[in-house]
Design a protein around this ligand. Structure first.
Ligand code: ATP
Ligand code: MG
Ligand code: MG
Ligand code: MG
Length: 569
């Protein structure tokens, strides 16, 4: 590829609504562009990386004996009515009507569609087990789309679904998929942790999440440095039924404030002094300026640097954050809506989590869970609380006696479930067994967030100059930077020669043939994270060498002109 034919689209600055580094760098490196809240266009550089992730996932699925299919994004509502999820799924499910006013959904997941397929295509135990996957666009109308493609509304997922006669067979496939997931994340070069997860509304018996460790992760996980056992908080709760989980106190109240556009105005409307703050209200969901914004209040205790939390740092949010004391929020929440004013902000939930209670909870769960050495809280936990919990928990021996506990933040990149018969029963998916009797199928499902992985990989590998790709994920392996290509015949010739030879060797190479200053070309190569840069200039040609730079180590070295291709290979 030549830069002059390409859409490079690099930027010096990221917009202020990009708060995490991967989001900033994906925008700056010209990987993605926002179309609307949670909707992104993949530019060529981003798409090349996305495809690499996809290909590794596809290869490992095929290696694990999973067969690729492709199901429609648009799904008839009837199937969702059959499983009861038409009513249960809630606001994340985008519902649409066709011209005949029939109901459809944009698929947030595909259990219904795949079960419909299998109940028609598979009739005998002889066709089992069967494991099908697809790599496809999902749509979830997330309440709070943010962090770019990390939590988008439209995103790419690999989802697989397995069908079995017996639980035992499901367990075998589940283990096989678990191992395939480990291979995938290892090949991608990510630092990750599998943790036991709650099966939640999907139901079923066993479930694991795979988390990429990163400070910006929305989940917090606790794990032992030796045992591999890990779990999330809902699972832990099931294991510790006697333990009282700190209840989230939710209040749904509307506060109408007239034309609120600034924190000062909000404080005034709530009769709150900005200096007395011990509370943060985070705006939930996206809204246009002037619209009513649902608000989530996270209750923070003690000193907290509220200046770090700014409304403009939250993607898609036009409304300001509210800062208030607990008493003031309670007073405001209980007040008569009419008493504040005609229009403005809505307070939807107030979540009260005390760090101490959570720490207690984790210890309690660990004791009861015997081998439990890992916990995944849901994403509402704040850094403040994590730090607090860390004081209480970190370093304690894990209950199974293996290793000590540590706490980390995680990005959920994969999730596998043993579904059992939840969907097959509801949808009457059965086959004839060996005895010639109808037997309901047992199912598993296995998801990987393909597009989220791209962002997660950047969270784990970047520096002040930009992204640092490994050779597996890099959009291009090599970039050729010719200095003065337009003026120097020798430079142009050598650049073209390397370009042709690297392509012939099957190496992905970008020839930066722009009329730009070398500084700009170097900065772009670093920002995009090209692993290998070849700098070609008249002066080094005189010495019979070219200059090579390794992005990962930052080291430069001279390579003899004739040895460049072998060196790169
Ligand atoms: P989360 O807890 O982050 O909302 P989830 O548990 O709802 O994710 P699953 O239903 O388990 O997601 O879907 C499988 C995978 O799809 C997730 O592990 C994640 O990697 C990815 N994923 C889910 N929601 C999104 C999203 N809004 N944007 C990008 N990737 C997503
Ligand atoms: Mg979700
Ligand atoms: Mg989740
Ligand atoms: Mg999940």
């Amino acid at each position: 590829m030549r830069t002059t034919n390409y859409l490079l689209s690099t930027q010096k600055e990221a917009p202020s609504d990009a708060v995490i580094v991967s989001h900033q760098l994906m925008l700056r490196a010209g990987m993605i562009r926002k179309l609307a809240s949670g909707l992104y266009t993949w530019l060529p550089t981003g798409l090349r990386v996305l495809r690499k992730v996809e290909n590794i996932v596809r290869e490992e699925m095929e290696r694990a004996g999973v067969v690729e299919i492709l199901m429609p994004v648009v799904q008839p509502a009837d199937l969702w009515v059959e499983t009861g999820r038409w009513d249960k799924y809630g606001g994340e499910l985008l519902r649409v009507k066709d011209r005949h006013t029939r109901d459809f959904v944009l698929g947030p997941t595909h259990e219904e569609v795949v079960t419909e397929l299998v109940r028609k295509e598979v009739n005998s135990y002889k066709q089992l087990p069967l494991n099908l996957f697809q790599i496809q666009t999902k749509f979830r109308d997330e309440t709070r789309p943010r962090f770019g493609v990390m939590r988008a509304r439209e995103f790419t997922m690999k989802d697989a679904y397995s069908f079995h006669l017996e639980q035992e067979c499901l367990e075998k496939t589940y283990q096989n998929m678990y191992a395939a997931y480990c291979r995938i994340f290892e090949r991608l070069g990510l630092e990750y942790r599998p943790v036991i997860a709650d099966t939640g509304s999907i139901g079923g018996d066993a479930s694991h999440e795979f988390h990429v460790l990163a400070q910006s992760g929305e989940d917090a996980i606790v794990f032992s440095n030796e045992s591999d056992y890990a779990a999330n908080v809902e699972k832990a709760e099931a294991l510790a039924p006697t333990f009282d989980r700190p209840a989230a106190t939710a209040e749904v109240t509307t506060i109408d404030t007239p034309n609120v556009h600034s924190i000062e105005e909000v404080c005034a409307a709530l009769n709150v002094e900005a200096t007395q703050v011990v509370k943060t209200l985070l705006v939930e969901g996206s809204c246009e300026e002037g619209e009513t914004a649902p608000v989530v209040a996270l209750v923070l205790r003690g000193d907290h640097n509220l200046n770090e939390i700014k409304a403009e740092n939250i993607e898609g949010i036009a409304s300001p954050l509210l800062f208030a004391t607990e008493a003031q929020i309670k007073a405001a929440a209980n007040c008569d809506a009419g008493s504040i004013g005609p229009k403005g902000l809505t307070i939807r939930t107030i979540v009260d989590r005390s760090a101490e209670k959570l720490a207690d909870f984790i210890c309690g769960a660990n004791e009861t869970g015997k081998h439990l050495a890992g916990v995944n809280w849901d994403r509402d936990i704040t850094d403040y609380e994590v730090a607090d919990i860390r004081d209480v928990v970190e370093g304690d021996a894990s209950p199974c006696g293996q290793g000590t506990l540590s706490i980390a933040r995680g990005i959920e990149v994969g999730h596998i479930f043993q579904l059992g018969t939840t969907y097959s029963e509801a949808m009457k998916a059965a086959v004839l067994n060996q005895q010639g009797k109808n037997q309901t199928l047992t199912m598993g499902c296995y998801g990987i967030g393909i597009s989220r992985i791209v962002a997660a990989a950047i969270e784990q590998s970047n520096d002040k100059n930009g992204i640092i790709w490994n050779d597996t994920l890099a959009p291009f392996s090599v970039v050729i930077v010719p200095m003065n290509m337009k003026k120097s015949h020798r430079v142009a010739e050598l650049a073209e020669k390397y370009y042709a030879e690297l392509q012939a060797a099957g190496i992905e190479v970008l020839l930066d043939d722009r009329k730009e200053r070398p500084g700009i070309m170097f900065a772009d190569a670093e920002l995009i994270g090209m692993p290998h840069t070849l700098v070609i200039g008249d002066r080094s040609i005189d010495n019979g060498v070219i200059e090579y730079k390794d992005r990962q180590s930052g080291e430069k070295q001279e390579v003899k002109i004739d040895e460049v291709i072998d060196f790169i290979k």
